[in-house]
Structures are given as structure tokens and as C-alpha cells.
Ligand binder design. Structure first.
Ligand SMILES: Cc1cc2nc3c(=O)[nH]c(=O)nc-3n(C[C@H](O)[C@H](O)[C@H](O)COP(=O)(O)OP(=O)(O)OC[C@H]3O[C@@H](n4cnc5c(N)ncnc54)[C@H](O)[C@@H]3O)c2cc1C
Length: 389
């Protein structure tokens, strides 16, 4: 009998990153029985710039996540090319928080809301079975769900579902550094830097640390034998602002790396009946120019509500969201186009009014607006559903 089956849930979320934990939290608050499967067994570092935009912070607050005072507030944004730099003030401040800490907070939040969280469980594949069930094959037990929410991030969860983007040419690397001088100039500043064959960012995070994360062309990375010291020497040679940064820094964490990031991948949600895709499984926007974590938070929340609407035969507005995601992707690619060519950045900076206008426009066009969440159309209904627990 179906109801007596072991590991049977109405909703199973696979992946406990930003998107997975958020979807699980909203689904349980909407009244569904939810399990979340995460392959790692504890806190872990991820390749990410670790900058939380004002918009992302809004989604976290909505789930009752308020960041501690020791999580740096980021008021300024700096852009540096090999020879020059410009600085702007953010219209609304963001925060810098390691994924090591953020992802655990989100998972614990989902757990406290009532989600059954399973760790060290890696999905291998899933299969549509009879009686409307999906069998989720993992390296240990099988799980069964009526609805599956896939939030496995940048990595493909199986060969059959391999994604291609418009641009798969980068390798992403990240580590944490600490400045010897505690009164350093980056206390409230996130900085983007450009160098031939790539670009990246520095962002303050908790414990007086700085996240250092960048993308480098695969061919250059290969030519440097994938050796981090050689890559670092190349960056220092290529951008003198970066050279000055590393002069005063100690490396405090091992380096994480990721390759084959399918930038430009955008999935059409409407073709999937009982399987939902969220976060990077829904869309992979160019890093540092798009609002990746806010998109993960927003697609996760909207998926949960879209699913709830379908269950209750209410109208859903999938096209509206897809249109917005396409627009963000378009602008993020324009920004990436500038960043990967330092001469283009230099040219822009030589006309301050132009660089200010471009940065402001790109910034506005790539943000995720909470006012476009689908549940806004009938907020009174959803607000009461939402506070049901
Ligand atoms: C270089 C770089 C810099 C970035 N910088 C920023 C930034 O500064 N600010 C920002 O907002 N965004 C940034 N992003 C984007 C951001 O990191 C992603 O958009 C976001 O992490 C997507 O969240 P997610 O939950 O979809 O995926 P992830 O955070 O990758 O989480 C996926 C989870 O699924 C788990 N998982 C994977 N496979 C399985 C499986 N088979 N079974 C079970 N579990 C599985 C993983 O362990 C992981 O915990 C950056 C991205 C890159 C590559």
C-alpha cells in the first residue's frame, strides 16, 4: 500500500543550498509534508562571491533569518581594471556572509520549520512510477515523492540531465583571505576586478575574513597547469590593484574550484508536470553581474507557491517570471561582456559619466524585485495560507 511505504513524502526537495532549503521552508509553511536530501554531511565551502544583495536579504528576512551584527554590511562597490579604479555607493547596502555559514542557517531554519532533513544522501536519478509517484534513487535508500523539487545547483545530477549554457568557458575558484592590517580599505566595500581572460570579486565576510573568488578562462587555467600559485602570480601581474591587495593578505582557507558552469542556461518550467527546478537548476546567470542568490531564493519561493496554486486549481503566472529571468540574463551577459575585456572597462572608466550610467543601469536591470513574486496578485489569499502553521 502506498501510504505504508518507507520514505514516502508529498514533496521531496533534492539539494540543501540556498534554493533547496528555501523551497522546503515555504512548502512546509504551506502545509505539505516535506523531506530534503543533501549530499554533504556538514557545513562546507562553495565557489561563490558571498555577496548578499539587499534583495536577497529581503527573502531571508521573510523566512525569519536576520543576520548577526558581525556579518559585514557592504555599502560601497568598487570596480578595478588593470590600471584604474572607480567607486560607487550602493542604493541599499548588502551583506557579506560565507556560504559555509549561510547554507547551514538556511538548512537549520527549514529543519526547525518541520522539514525532515537527510544529510549524506546523494540522488543518483529519479524515475516516474505508477500511482503518480516518483522514485528517487540515492546511494543508500530510495525515497518516494508525489512532487520533486530539484535544487542541486551548478552540478548536473545525472548524465541524462546534462545542461549546456551559452558560455561554458570558465573555471571558478574561491578562497578566504585575511588582511594583516585590520583597518584596511575594504571593510565596507565589495570590489570587482578585471584581468585578461577573466574577472572576480573580493567581499568582506564574517570573522574579519575576505572572500576572494574569480572566474578564469579554462585555456589560461590549463596553460598554468591548474596550479593556484601560478594563477595567483598571473592575476598579480595582470592587475596592479590586485597585486596591492595580495601584498597585505594571508590565505586562511583551502581553495575550492568548479568547472563547466553553464552560464546562460534557462529552463522552461512549464514543461515539467510534477518535477520543479529551482535555483541554478532553473537558471545560471553570469556570476558577479547577476543576482545569483536572490534568483535562487526567488525561484525557490515562487516554485513553492506555483506548486500550491496548481494544487488548489488557482491561476499561475509562470510566463511573467520567465520573462523577468530572461531580461536579467540579457543584462548580466552585457555586464560580463565588459568585465572579461579589461580594455572595455578602461575605456568606460575614462568617461566617468558613462561608467556611472552603465553600472547604475546594469545594477537596476539585474536585480530581483520581490514585488514581482507571483503570489502578489492575490496577496490576501496567500498571506492567510502562509501563516497557517
Ligand atoms: C564564481 C561564482 C560567484 C558567485 N558569486 C555570487 C555572489 O557574490 N552573490 C550571489 O548572490 N550569487 C553568486 N553566485 C551565484 C550563487 O552561488 C548561486 O546562484 C547559488 O548558489 C545557487 O543556489 P542553489 O541552491 O541553486 O545551488 P547550490 O548553492 O550550489 O546548492 C546545491 C546543493 O545541492 C547539493 N547537491 C548537489 N547534487 C546533489 C545530489 N545529487 N543529491 C543531493 N544533494 C545534491 C549540493 O551539495 C549543494 O548543497 C556566484 C556563483 C559563482 C559560480
Amino acid at each position: 500500500m502506498v501510504s505504508a511505504m518507507k520514505n514516502l513524502y508529498e514533496c521531496v526537495v533534492v539539494g540543501g543550498g540556498v534554493a533547496g532549503s528555501t523551497a522546503a521552508y515555504h512548502l512546509i509553511n504551506l502545509g505539505y509534508k516535506v523531506a530534503l536530501l543533501e549530499k554533504t554531511n556538514g557545513p562546507h565551502h562553495k565557489v561563490c562571491g558571498e555577496f548578499l544583495s539587499f534583495e536577497a536579504l529581503g527573502y531571508l528576512k521573510e523566512m525569519g533569518i536576520f543576520l548577526d551584527d558581525d556579518i559585514p554590511v557592504i555599502k560601497y562597490f568598487r570596480l578595478s581594471s588593470p590600471r584604474s579604479k572607480v567607486e560607487f555607493t550602493f542604493p541599499f547596502p548588502g551583506r557579506g556572509m560565507s556560504r559555509y555559514q549561510l547554507d547551514e542557517e538556511l538548512l537549520n531554519n527549514a529543519r526547525h520549520a518541520g522539514v525532515d532533513v537527510f544529510r549524506s544522501i546523494c540522488m543518483r536519478s529519479y524515475h516516474q512510477e505508477e500511482e503518480g509517484l516518483i522514485r528517487i534513487e540515492t546511494i543508500t535508500d530510495d525515497f518516494y515523492a508525489r512532487y520533486l523539487f530539484i535544487a542541486t545547483g551548478k552540478h548536473d545530477h545525472s548524465k541524462e540531465h546534462k545542461r549546456e549554457g551559452k558560455d561554458n568557458s570558465y573555471v571558478g575558484l574561491k578562497t578566504h583571505i585575511r588582511f594583516k592590517d585590520q583597518g584596511h580599505e575594504f571593510k565596507e566595500t565589495t570590489a570587482l576586478f578585471s584581468f585578461p581572460g577573466g574577472y572576480g570579486g573580493i567581499c568582506p565576510v564574517e570573522d574579519e575574513a575576505m572572500n576572494f573568488c574569480f572566474l578564469i578562462d579554462k585555456k589560461i587555467y590549463k596553460a598554468l597547469n591548474g596550479n593556484f600559485d601560478a594563477v595567483l602570480a598571473y592575476l598579480r601581474r595582470s592587475n596592479r590593484q590586485l597585486d596591492a591587495v595580495f601584498h597585505q593578505a594571508d590565505f586562511i582557507e583551502p581553495v575550492c574550484a568548479i568547472s563547466h558552469i553553464p552560464y546562460g542556461f534557462l529552463r522552461d518550467q512549464s514543461s515539467h508536470r510534477n518535477v520543479y527546478f529551482l535555483g541554478d537548476q532553473r537558471m545560471v546567470i553570469p556570476s558577479f553581474t547577476g543576482d545569483g542568490m536572490a534568483i535562487a531564493l526567488s525561484t525557490a519561493k515562487n516554485c513553492a507557491y506555483e506548486f500550491d496554486c496548481r494544487q488548489k486549481d488557482r491561476k499561475v503566472q509562470v510566463e511573467q517570471i520567465q520573462k523577468r529571468l530572461k531580461k536579467q540574463m540579457h543584462w548580466a551577459f552585457i555586464a560580463q561582456g565588459f568585465l572579461k575585456y579589461p580594455w572595455a572597462i578602461e575605456w568606460c572608466m575614462s568617461v566617468p559619466v558613462l561608467s556611472f550610467f552603465l553600472i547604475k543601469t546594469i545594477f537596476q536591470k539585474t536585480r530581483v524585485s520581490k514585488t514581482e513574486d507571483i503570489y502578489h496578485d492575490d496577496q490576501s489569499v496567500f498571506t492567510s495560507d502562509y501563516s497557517r502553521r
